[in-house]
Write a new protein. Sequence first.
Length: 94
Amino acid sequence: MLPPYERVPKQPLKERGKDLIKASKDALKGNRVSKEEYMARLDECYQCPYMQKRMGACRLCSCVMKIKALAPSVSCPINKWSASNSGVKSGQEN
């Protein structure tokens, strides 16, 4: 685990902006990953040393991971999980 005071290299602002736009488009279209994929993504995040567990945010991309992990078109900044082609519409049961 990283000490809370250690500076970490942030994902470039341009990349963070692109992820925000992709996630917003997914949300507006009602696209999300399956429940199984969502849980697998969160599991990877909560095992990562860059995760701020109390805040639920990544220290690299500054995203709230419970939200980012739902979006099929975004990926982890250190490639622990990638964008998914298996998105489902909100309201569909998996």
